[in-house]
Every structure is written in structure tokens, then in C-alpha cells.
Design a protein around this ligand. Structure first.
Ligand SMILES: C[S@@+](CC[C@H](N)C(=O)[O-])C[C@H]1O[C@@H](n2cnc3c(N)ncnc32)[C@H](O)[C@@H]1O
Length: 334
């Protein structure tokens, strides 16, 4: 497992009431008074379930592992995203100066931005210190929980980037409100998410197909954990509530499998099928155990049914992703 990134901040913080934010009795779920906490050694001792490693930052119980196997699926998603976005890292019409990547994962997007715009300062935050140790001088990573209050300072960034955080955000309006404050007037936010529904346009998903179970699992997981898997539907309205001007959006179908005739979509479908095959255990294990209370045997059977569906050429399934970019009003704003 790559656990290499060095902690860049080891600060002892106090919350708004003056309490020690590093007190182990504090509950990250019950209190959101402060943001970055010090990286204790426990942060590097990942929670274990079924041989998989999950983030262990304070008491945040995250549903998806962050071990090397799952990191591969994060990075495949990045590759797919670039393939479908003409290799552009973002759509907002901004010259990056100071950039925040929220829930950075392996840091693949942040590192690409830092390499492409060497004059920009790029910061990636994540619950897990899984980013590589060797990074360009203009990029750094911090362990942080985006659901807590942000402590970066007002007006610091001119681009905040968020991607693939389903099941991770307790209050999306609050997340955008934090982003709004931390952006300079005229600064941009861009957010990409999956709708977390497996679709088909030609009714090729049989009624008893496991894909319907996945759709239901994600719905119920959000309700049970209080962290929705349906962020995509709300991005525009929640950004507007936070005060942003939504100035662009696009939706992309991401096929599962090689059924599309279009060569680019066919290649995307192949990558996405591979991502599902590799990521499957990580997407489902925690949710099936804690949301549906399935036994280990039933979990394996669920995965077997899923692999069968993923290989079934008669099923023309796809996922739908949305990207929305918006601007904080003010000088320099449109
Ligand atoms: C699916 S990965 C996406 C990584 C990256 N955004 C990308 O698109 O390549 C989700 C990441 O979000 C992190 N994460 C989940 N909840 C978080 C939170 N509340 N604050 C910060 N990071 C979080 C996870 O640890 C994981 O690395």
C-alpha cells in the first residue's frame, strides 16, 4: 500500500468553543466545528474489512477502501474523465493560481494540474494519506475532512475542484458554502459526479439483473449513513443556494462494456468495465455488510452475479456523469 505522503501540518487546533480539536473523544460525525486535525499515527493504520483498507481519520466511517486495489479504480476513472473531456482537466474558464482539490484520492488530478500549471499552488485534501511522496514543488497534500469547517482562510483559492465524492458528504450546501468563502471573488468551483444509477436506453437490463440491486443499495446506503449517493442531482441547485452563479454544465454517458459502436465510447466502455471488475469488491463490501447486513457468503454471491452482468454482451448498460462549473460573483466575475 502506498502510504507515503508526508503530513504537512501537525497543528493542534481548537474549535469555535475553544476546545482541543485533537481530543480523541471528539466525534467527527457529531461535531463539525473544525477542519484539519493533526495526523495521528492511527491515520496510517487503516480500518480493515474483508482484507481491504478503509480510511481511519478521526471517527469518520467511510464506505470505500483506499488501498492500492481501489486506487487503481480511482485512477481509471480519471483516465475515462480525460478521454471524455478532450484531455482537459477542468472546464471552468480560469487560469489556475491557487487550487484546492477536495477528496483528492491518489492526487492524480491535483498532480496533473500542478504539472500543467507550474505557476499555480495546488493543495489536495483527503481523509487518507494515500498520495505519492514525491510531488512537484507546487503541489501538496493534507489529511482533512471536507465535512468539517474549512480553515484555509477566506478568498484564498481561485479554483475549487470536487470529483467522485458520493456517499462522502453530509451536507452539500454546507460544502459549497465553505468553498464559496474560501474562493476569491470571481473564483470558480467545478464538481463532477455520477448519478449512481445504472441505465440502459434499450431496456436491455433484465428485471432480475443485479444492476437494479446496486441502484437500490446506493439509495438505501445514502439514507442510512446520512451521506447521499445522489449528489449529482443537486449540484446546480445547491451551488446556487451557496451563492454561486452556475455558468456551465455537461453530462456524459459512460458505458459499461464494449457494446457501443462508436470507437471512443467503445474504449471508454472497456475501461469502465475493467474499473467495475477491479473496483467491485470495494464498491460493495462495506455497503452490503452494514447497509444490507449480508453474510460474507451472500456478499460473494452478489459479486459473482455482478461479474456475470458485467460480462453479458446483451446488456447495454451505462452510467451518467455530470460536471457543473460555477463562479463566485464579485470583481473579475462574469
Ligand atoms: C472515489 S475517490 C475520488 C478521488 C478523486 N477525487 C478523483 O476523482 O480521482 C474518493 C476520495 O474521497 C475521499 N473522501 C471521502 N470522504 C471525504 C471527506 N469527508 N473529506 C475528504 N476526503 C474524503 C476518500 O478517502 C477517497 O480518497
Amino acid at each position: 500500500m502506498s502510504q507515503g505522503s508526508s503530513p504537512t501540518r501537525e497543528t493542534s487546533r481548537t474549535d469555535n468553543d475553544g476546545n482541543d480539536a485533537d481530543d480523541d473523544n471528539d466525534s467527527a460525525l457529531g461535531s463539525d466545528q473544525y477542519s484539519t486535525a493533526s495526523i495521528t499515527s492511527s491515520t496510517y493504520h487503516y480500518r480493515q474489512l474483508g482484507g481491504r483498507s478503509y480510511p481511519n481519520f478521526r471517527d469518520v466511517d467511510h464506505w470505500e477502501p483506499v488501498d492500492e486495489k481501489q486506487q487503481e479504480s480511482f485512477d481509471i476513472r480519471h483516465h475515462i474523465y480525460l478521454m471524455q473531456n478532450n484531455q482537459k482537466l477542468f472546464n471552468a474558464p480560469v487560469q489556475p493560481r491557487c487550487v484546492l482539490d477536495v477528496g483528492t484520492g491518489t492526487g492524480i488530478w491535483a498532480l496533473d494540474v500542478a504539472d500543467t500549471f507550474p505557476w499555480a499552488e495546488v493543495i489536495g485534501i483527503d481523509l487518507a494519506p494515500i498520495q505519492p511522496p514525491w510531488v512537484p514543488p507546487n503541489c501538496r497534500f493534507e489529511v482533512d475532512d471536507a465535512n468539517m469547517n474549512w480553515t484555509f482562510g477566506d478568498g484564498r483559492f481561485n479554483l475549487v475542484h470536487i470529483r467522485d465524492l458520493v456517499g462522502s458528504i453530509r451536507d452539500d450546501e454546507k460544502l459549497y458554502a465553505h468553498a464559496f468563502c474560501s474562493l476569491e471573488p470571481g473564483g470558480w468551483i467545478e464538481h463532477t459526479e455520477s448519478f449512481m444509477i445504472i441505465f440502459s436506453d434499450n431496456n436491455s437490463i433484465p428485471e432480475d439483473c443485479v444492476y437494479h440491486d446496486w441502484n437500490r443499495l446506493f439509495d438505501e446506503a445514502g439514507e442510512k449513513t446520512g451521506k447521499s449517493f445522489h449528489l449529482a442531482e443537486r449540484i446546480e441547485s445547491s451551488m446556487k443556494t451557496a451563492g454561486f452563479r452556475v455558468l456551465g454544465s455537461r453530462k456524459k454517458k459512460v458505458p459499461i462494456g464494449t457494446w457501443p459502436k462508436d470507437p471512443t465510447l467503445n474504449e471508454v466502455g472497456l475501461w469502465n468495465q475493467h474499473r467495475w471488475m477491479e473496483g467491485l469488491d470495494g464498491y460493495g463490501r462495506w455497503l452490503l455488510k452494514y447497509v444490507w447486513s449480508l453474510s460474507d457468503v451472500d456478499i460473494e454471491l452478489f459479486f459473482t452475479r455482478t461479474r456475470k452482468a458485467l460480462r453479458d454482451k446483451r446488456i447495454h448498460a451505462y452510467e451518467l456523469y455530470t460536471t457543473v462549473w460555477a463562479q463566485k460573483p464579485g470583481p473579475g466575475g462574469q
